[in-house]
Design a protein around this ligand. Structure first.
Ligand SMILES: CC(C)(COP(=O)(O)OP(=O)(O)OC[C@H]1O[C@@H](n2cnc3c(N)ncnc32)[C@H](O)[C@@H]1OP(=O)(O)O)[C@@H](O)C(=O)NCCC(=O)NCCS
Length: 153
């Protein structure tokens, strides 16, 4: 597992397509999506960004990745962490699953999270991935309210 760089963006965009396109009604063709996503990822992995990502490699082949965004909080005059961390887009190619690659990616992101001293680390699990996260300390919070987005957006 290593930190991703902007050079990984084209392949990470392909992984994003593999992850998300089977999950809903696709509104964009693959080439258009991967071009748009690759450009976004190149910027997100470049200087000055709040995003960082890691990739897992098997030999020369990238087989998975994970993303982390640092969410700023407003400066606070008392002892309280001044950021949250948001983990997203954990994905391992189907043929590489079940051997701890996902856990290794999550551990890499959590090592950075720990160094950031965040107030909380947040993510949206799927039903199937819940156990992976609960094993490393994630739990449903009692002190947060979320509101679904608007249908007319
Ligand atoms: C989640 C995922 C990255 C795990 O990768 P992995 O290398 O197989 O993970 P590990 O071997 O380290 O850990 C196995 C854990 O992954 C999770 N998992 C296994 N198959 C999964 C699947 N098809 N979908 C989602 N999570 C899965 C489970 O929590 C499993 O633990 P369990 O043995 O208690 O059930 C991989 O299954 C994946 O890419 N799934 C599709 C994308 C996804 O759902 N990502 C999570 C979004 S929040």
């Amino acid at each position: 597992v290593r930190r991703a760089t902007a050079e990984d963006a084209p392949f990470l965009a392909e992984l994003r397509w593999s992850f998300r396109s089977p999950l809903g009604e696709v509104t964009e063709d693959r080439a258009a999506f991967t071009a748009r996503c690759s450009a976004w990822m190149g910027t997100a992995l470049g200087p000055g960004s709040r995003w960082r990502a890691w990739v897992a490699e098997r030999g020369p082949q990238v087989v998975g990745g994970i993303w982390l965004q640092v969410i700023e909080k407003i400066p606070n005059p008392v002892v309280e962490p001044e950021c949250h961390a948001y983990i997203s887009n954990l994905y391992v190619m189907p043929e590489a699953r079940g051997h701890g690659v996902g856990k290794a990616l999550l551990d890499a992101a959590l090592r950075d999270c720990r160094a950031l001293h965040p107030h909380a680390v947040i993510l949206w699990p799927t039903e199937r991935s819940r156990s992976l996260y609960t094993r490393v300390g994630f739990a449903a919070p009692k002190d947060i309210l979320t509101r679904p987005g608007w249908d007319d957006a």
